[in-house]
Structure formats: structure tokens, C-alpha cells
Design a protein around this ligand. Structure first.
Ligand SMILES: NC(=O)c1ccc[n+]([C@@H]2O[C@H](COP(=O)([O-])OP(=O)(O)OC[C@H]3O[C@@H](n4cnc5c(N)ncnc54)[C@H](O)[C@@H]3O)[C@@H](O)[C@H]2O)c1
Length: 411
């Protein structure tokens, strides 16, 4: 097996060194000649813990560094592209450097092993592989699955911990519509799950991860502004105590259940408290657009789901779950109520509902035109369309055949 790595920046150098030190023959290809000269003598142009030592081990064993594309591609089975995708003029990702590298590869594809696997490791916007890179390679008269295989493999390493993160990944994501055995073989040297998903999903996951991090940082900063407006808040202490929440600990941490799509938050606390803080900050002179938007999205998401529900208005619609969250019979501000009301407003006439423990309390609290069913099999039997509205465990492994299911909690 021989791997070529294109681009020897933070990601590419770490990748090339990491694979080499796992015992695979690697050629690292870089267009910046100055960088190449430095790397060849074991010097790294940036600071990255442990990487210089690892580079020195690698160049004595399995890694060659080159600015010669022929040398890089010679007999390569797999080529990893770790090239920059900087912000373009209009703010979108500039993919031109990757396109250039793909073009250079295409011109020299005969030097590679037959049907080389081209893997984009750079961060690329969802859709890039299918909508941009594949058509581009086709235009260069390469035939997919005959001349080459194209996939992506987003990288999650953090600068400052790049080498350690690369050598001890928490997950390996491969964007490909089919399993690629050579990739499985390469990553079998690492102690992490290799997960194959569609290319769009793989590309999306990287942005899912990064935008979540951005959101959390902006959230913390926004809250620090609110704290200042309120006055006499020890912001540092407040955040330190926030971090003691046991939901942040464990693997997977419990907090992950909050970073999951569904129908929005309901219940007694989150809706009223989020709104109350927004109002208070506004009264004090600071309007938090972030909190306002958190509330807006919480209203929008249910309309988004309702728009996507398209059934015969006389069909029997079964609502699975009435409490605001599983393992609770609290129905205060439950999203199931809004869902039912909005379905009725949309013209649905026959709505049935089942909750493992909240039927009675829901019925006694709200006056809505719903037929309550006390047994899961019965509601499945009666209704051709089922809407999962609360993420009860009971709904996870149901044997349901020939029914339309709207899984609004993504369980
Ligand atoms: N830096 C990170 O922490 C990190 C983490 C995960 C993912 N990423 C993503 O990985 C990609 C690379 O990031 P980076 O930080 O390593 O970038 P970088 O700018 O440090 O490295 C890119 C390297 O590619 C070289 N290059 C450009 N065109 C080339 C070509 N045609 N052939 C060979 N080499 C070429 C450049 O000279 C440069 O050395 C980006 O898409 C980035 O978003 C970065």
C-alpha cells in the first residue's frame, strides 16, 4: 500500500507523518518548495506538539517529502488531498486549490496504481464532491469507478493537539456511497470506528461540528454581555459552575441529547426562562439577537414539520407521545399540543394519540379534538400515518409495517 498526501500544512503534514508512523509507505507532496526543503531536514514551519519528533521518525522510515508530483504519485493506491479551502471573496469556500490538485493528478493518473482512490480530507461545503469535483474529473475525461474512486474523509483534529488527535481519533468518517476496502485497511491501524456515509453527509458533519463550536463560543460571549448589563454577576465563576453540570461528562456526554434535532423545546422551564432572560436583558438595554433567534427557531421548527406532513385530511393520524419529553408525564408547554392544534388547523379530522403515561393528564389539561388510545398496538392498527412526537424509548424499536411514519424526534 502506498499513500500520497497532497498539501503539507497542519492537516496534510500530520496525516502524512501519522500514516507513515503507522507503518504505511507515504509520499508527502507540497507545492511550496521552501516548506519542502525544511520538512526534508525534519523541521516544521509551525509549532505543533510532538509533530517534529514524529516527523523525524517518519522521514527515517516510511515518509518521503517531495515537490515532484511524479515521485508523489508513483504507484500510489490512495491520495489524500489536505489542501487549503480559504474564504473566497464572497465568503464561500474557495475550492480552486483542490481543483488544481485534482487536475494535476488527472494528468498523471497513469503513474498511480490502477483505479487510485482520491480522498478529499480538506473541509469542503456539502455537495462539493458530487456537484463540483466529480463533474470536474469527468470533464477531464476520467471515468468514475474505472479510472478512479472519489471519496471524502473530513478531519476533526485540533491545532495544538494535531498529532495526538490524528493518532487517536474519536471517529473516522468516510463519505462514499459504497464501502472502500483499502480505506478500511488503512484505518484498521487506528482504534476508532470507521463510519461510511453519503459524501454529502460526510461533508455536512464537518460543518455540523464546526458551526456548533462557533455557536457555543458566541453563546458564551452573548451571555457575558447580558451578565454585564444585569450587573454584579461574577461571569468567570458562573461559567466555571456551569461546567460542573454532570450532563457534560461521560461518553457520550448526556448533553448530547440537547444537541439533537426534534420538534423544539417545551416543558415548564426552557421556553419561559429563555424568554424571561431575553426580556430582562432588553429592558436593561441589550437585545440579544441570539436568544431571540433561539426562540424564533423553536417556533419555526414545528411549522417546518407541519408543512412536510401531507396526507389525506380524512386519514387516521396517530400522535405518538404527549409529554414534553420522554420519562416524564409533564405536559406543560408540550410541543405535542401545538402539533395537534396545527394539524387540526390544517384540516386533519381524525387525530388519535397515545402516550405511555401521559394520556390522562393531557386529556384533563387540554381541550383538543383527539381520540385517546391506551395501547401502542391499537394506535398502530388504527392509524396509517404515525407521527413520533416524544422520543420515548418505547417508540424506538417498534415493528411497524406499511405505515407512513413522521419521525419528528429522529429516534
Ligand atoms: N487547521 C486545522 O486545524 C484543520 C482541521 C481540520 C480540517 N482542516 C481543513 O483542512 C484543509 C487544510 O487545512 P490546513 O490548516 O492544513 O491548511 P494549510 O494552509 O496549513 O495547508 C495547505 C497546504 O497545501 C499546499 N498546497 C496548495 N495547493 C497545493 C497543491 N496543488 N498540491 C500540493 N500542495 C498544495 C499549501 O502550500 C499548504 O502548505 C482545509 O480545508 C481546512 O479547512 C483544517
Amino acid at each position: 500500500m502506498k499513500i500520497a498526501v497532497f498539501g503539507l500544512g497542519f492537516v496534510g503534514l500530520t496525516t502524512a507523518v501519522g500514516f507513515a508512523n503507522k507503518g504505511i509507505k507515504v509520499s508527502g507532496y507540497e507545492v511550496n518548495k521552501e516548506k519542502v526543503e525544511m520538512l526534508k531536514i525534519g523541521k516544521i514551519p509551525f509549532f505543533e506538539k510532538d509533530l517534529d519528533e514524529a516527523l523525524n521518525t517518519a522521514i527515517k522510515t516510511n515518509l518521503i517529502i517531495t515537490s515532484n508530483i511524479n515521485e508523489a504519485l508513483d504507484s500510489a493506491d490512495v491520495i489524500f488531498y489536505c489542501i487549503g479551502t480559504p474564504m473566497g471573496e464572497d465568503g464561500s469556500a474557495d475550492l480552486s486549490f483542490i481543483l488544481k490538485a485534482l487536475e494535476d493528478t488527472a494528468k498523471n493518473i497513469k503513474i498511480c496504481k490502477q483505479k487510485p482512490i482520491l480522498i478529499i480530507k480538506s473541509t469542503i461545503p456539502p455537495g462539493s464532491l458530487k456537484d463540483i469535483f466529480l463533474p470536474f474529473l469527468k470533464k477531464l475525461e476520467l471515468v468514475e469507478n474505472k479510472d478512479f474512486i472519489l471519496a471524502n474523509n473530513p478531519e476533526f483534529l485540533r491545532e495544538g493537539y494535531a498529532y495526538d488527535d490524528f493518532m487517536n481519533p474519536d471517529r473516522i468518517v468516510i463519505g462514499s456511497d459504497f464501502k472502500i476496502e483499502k480505506i478500511v485497511e488503512i484505518y484498521s491501524k487506528f482504534d476508532a470506528k470507521v463510519i461510511f456515509v453519503s459524501p454529502n453527509t460526510a461533508e455536512f458533519i464537518k460543518y455540523l461540528s464546526n458551526t456548533m463550536l462557533s455557536m457555543m463560543i458566541s453563546y458564551a460571549n452573548d451571555m457575558s454581555i447580558i451578565a454585564k448589563y444585569i450587573g454584579d454577576v461574577n461571569t468567570k465563576k458562573a461559567f466555571e459552575i456551569l461546567h460542573m453540570d454532570k450532563r457534560f461528562y461521560g461518553n457520550p456526554a448526556n448533553i448530547t441529547s440537547y444537541i439533537y434535532p426534534g420538534m423544539g423545546f417545551g416543558g415548564y422551564c426552557l421556553p419561559k426562562d429563555t424568554l424571561a432572560l431575553y426580556k430582562q436583558a432588553k429592558n436593561k438595554g441589550y437585545e440579544s439577537i441570539l436568544i431571540k433567534e433561539i426562540l424564533n427557531i423553536n417556533n419555526k421548527i414545528i411549522d417546518f414539520h407541519i408543512e412536510n406532513i401531507n396526507e389525506d385530511k380524512n386519514a387516521n393520524i396517530g400522535i405518538l407521545g404527549l409529554s414534553f419529553k420522554p420519562n416524564s408525564d409533564d405536559v406543560r408547554d408540550t410541543k405535542s399540543l401545538l402539533l395537534i392544534q396545527k394539524l387540526i388547523n390544517k384540516g386533519y379530522k381524525n387525530i388519535y394519540a397515545f402516550d405511555p403515561i401521559s394520556n390522562d393528564i393531557f386529556k384533563n389539561t387540554y381541550n383538543v379534538d383527539v381520540k385517546y388510545i391506551n395501547n401502542i398496538d391499537e394506535i398502530i392498527n388504527i392509524c396509517n400515518t404515525l407521527i413520533i412526537a416524544t422520543a420515548w424509548k418505547d417508540f424506538e424499536n417498534l415493528e411497524i409495517k406499511n405505515k407512513k411514519i413522521y419521525n419528528l424526534r429522529y429516534i
